[in-house]
Design a protein around this ligand. Sequence first.
Ligand code: AMP
Ligand code: MG
Length: 348
Amino acid sequence: MSRTTSRPARLAAAALCAIVAVSCAEPPRDRADLVLGTVCSVRILDGGDRGALDAVFERLRGIEATMSANADGTVVAAINAGAGVAPVAAPDDVRYVLGKALSYSALSGGAFDPTIGPVVKLWNIGMDGERVPSPEEIAAALPLVDASAVAADDAAGTVFLRRAGMLLDLGAIAKGYAADEAARILLEHRVKAAVIDLGGNVKVVGKKPDGSPWRIGIQDPFDDRGARIGVAELEGGATVVTSGVYERYFIGDDGEHYHHILDPATGYPVRNGLASVTVISSSSIDADGLSTTLFSLGLERGMALVETLGHVEAVFIDEDKRVYLSSGAGAVFKLDNPAFALTPLPFP
Ligand code: AMP
Ligand code: MG
């Protein structure tokens, strides 16, 4: 079985390609490194002191060291080991990210669920040993997916998973938080213009030296990373986050394409005709939580949810290369790939 997309070389190329049309007043200062399970790159175009990039990457590694579900010794691993046993001390940032995740779980009626861990672990998509689990294994894991059994106690500074075997997975939202943190740290270090790209989770900081808007490509979900369907023109502080079937997947022995966004109701990859959902906003943690949420909800319910939220736009792409925009997305996003068709919503 198994052909995966998560190859560092391709990701590295993509990280650079996501940064479009830069022209700069002083030589750019770039760094790209494997952190948070992906290639993270930061390009400073203007301002900033000597320690800016070191401080950002130190913070990214710190977030990985607390929030990764795939490594030993993290806070999330300790919370998981304490499932059904006892509350575990968790720092403010972990509880903040978990709180956001739980809010998207509530907002989506459970389509987004940070306790999806037992199902993620069965599939192991993008890791060694990825495979199609048996229906029995999935049936055994599903009762452990239950956001209502998470107890986060801010006064005590703890998190408790009430049932043994539960596993927290913040993979759908932690990179967004990391991008917000990277932006905050760059500004603290007097950076005036920068692009942060955490494996396709992009945030722009400040004003481009030439005064033009930032231009961020939106990934073509059917092509190699770096190929785009169009461009978003954005002000500083904006973020563009995509959830898609191409991010992590494998082809099973049965020839099926199995991707990494899993349906908490069935335990199988979400199949609703969508290929990707991109969220354009100012808070990257929210855009990351929402991109996964909207993908899981599907076009009709997802679009309805976006339209209830202020300052958030979304671009949905379906498997037939149709592109659907939220009501304000057309003002910032321009489709320029002729293989895709802007399409009116097929419902009122
Ligand atoms: P993203 O790329 O931000 O859409 O996040 C996908 C990642 O979130 C997966 O690799 C899993 O770690 C996790 N995940 C998968 N399905 C769900 C779900 N339904 N709700 C929350 N997290 C999920
Ligand atoms: Mg996400």
